[in-house]
Design a protein around this ligand. Sequence first.
Ligand SMILES: [Zn+2]
Length: 296
Amino acid sequence: MDVIYRYDPFAPIVPREIPDSESAIDRLLQGNQRFADMVHAIQQRTLGEGTGEPMVLPLCPVSLGLPLFQGAVLNQAPFALVLGCSDARVPTELVFDQWLNDLFVLRVAGNVLGTACLGSLHYAARHLGESLKVVVVLGHSKCGAVQAAVATYLSPRNFSDIAYTFALRTLIDQIQIAIRGSAHALRDVAGPSIAQVPDYESLLVTTAVYVNAAVSALELRRELDQRGFDQPVVTGVYEFETLSVQALPGVPGPITEVGTRLRPGPSNPDELSQYAKAVAEAALRARDSSPPSTGH
Ligand SMILES: [Zn+2]
């Protein structure tokens, strides 16, 4: 299968038009769908399926965020700010199929907020506020930082082994609020015995990556409100199995259905608790509908 990038200098130039947050979210979701479709097409070919027709991707310097002429320098004008995890498997631009000058990205393990991260956010809110239409917190499934935080929650005795430096402990500590919230939500939905099931740790991680993104979104909301930046903060989780950004565990809804892929982050602790419950329910449903784990 050939994947061809094609630039036609005589094709009409289509400028990027993202007037509001809805079109910004749509652009991100369309991009994520393109990325998933591309990978699925490649995977089908691996199995000898699919047409094998070349895939032609038209390119234009303007839509790529590149200057048309040598020596020109573009102003910085991202349409979205994304707080994501450092995980090498989740490169922000690729997952959303976006290019240069599209995203202002903060990446830190566990997508938590630290001082330097907040400084970047304050800079962006003040200097890029005109072009930024949406703020996204992007978690991902099987996040190592969340797994470490869950492990310390379930086995506090191992805390110093897992979080073996002060800096690492600071990071893991920040995720604990999401782990506790997720544990509460799972207990509320399935009863106290849920903590005894063999796959409880995995359930807790699944739930906590979503809740952790929402916790960061709530913090971001508060920070941005103080700075008069009123564009929406939305959250989602990139799932390795589906390649999709989604708002709840399980099979993702269509990208046209508002809130199934990226949904508004909580604006207060009650909304956070409600969301945690919805995630716990979805995580339990997804686990009941998937084939039994082999333990690997
Ligand atoms: Zn991660």
